[in-house]
Design a protein around this ligand. Sequence first.
Ligand code: URA
Length: 273
Amino acid sequence: MLQKNYFGYIVSRMEEKYDITQVLAWYIQSGVDTTCGDECCLKNQNKSQLKPVTSQSEIKNRLAVTTLSQTTNEAYKNARDICLKASNLSELKLMVENFEGCALKLTAKSTVFGSGNEKANIMLIGEAPGADEDRLGLPFVGRSGHLLDKMLNSIGIARENVYITNILPWRPPGNRTPTDSEIAVCLPFLKRQIDLIMPKIVLLLGGSAANAVLDNNEPISKLRGHWLEYTTSSKENILALATFHPAFLLRNSAQKSKAWADFLRVLKKLKEN
Ligand code: URA
């Protein structure tokens, strides 16, 4: 039977052949851990064209056409209202840990809140915790984190002197790309961290962080290397620079020189101020 929600529909097709718990386990392993949208996004298609999800890219395409649902809007508003009550980072951390509006929390081992110097001039923002971060409960402690440490050290900055966080405090299953809904719901927590730290510079690591914080859809290749501004909730402008994500640099070492140039821009700006 065609149900309202496409996830439900797929389950109902597959359960003809498989045990429902096996089907759900298969979804979670494939990175599908939540339904998206209140409506079936395929409902106008001929039923005979519908088929079970078979690949990550197919899942991604379907997520891309889904607009933010009512549930997402409510979770976002809830997060935004909760955040305003946090007058310091410890209170905010507790609020994130107790927040139930994002399904990523169900599959993650830890809530990975920001860490580092709360009076830092520089705040680095990545995408989401990976497996190592999820295991240890700290941001950027895996391979990407080690590269990030080296990049910071190369401009004479120790990790202890910066504050590091992510747009999402929970690891997406299988390190899949976060959905728009997940980012939207968690963004108030990140924005409140920026308000409470009030750094001189936010360094955005990769396209997801840059797009979420700067609220645009430009590719990272276009955004990186240019000084931009982020406006806090109290309407103060903070300098923002986007650069490549360390995980991307691990796969594309030829781009490291551009990231190096971006880190030098940060150093120069710090010296000017
Ligand atoms: N990648 C990120 O974006 N954040 C982390 O914390 C680790 C890897």
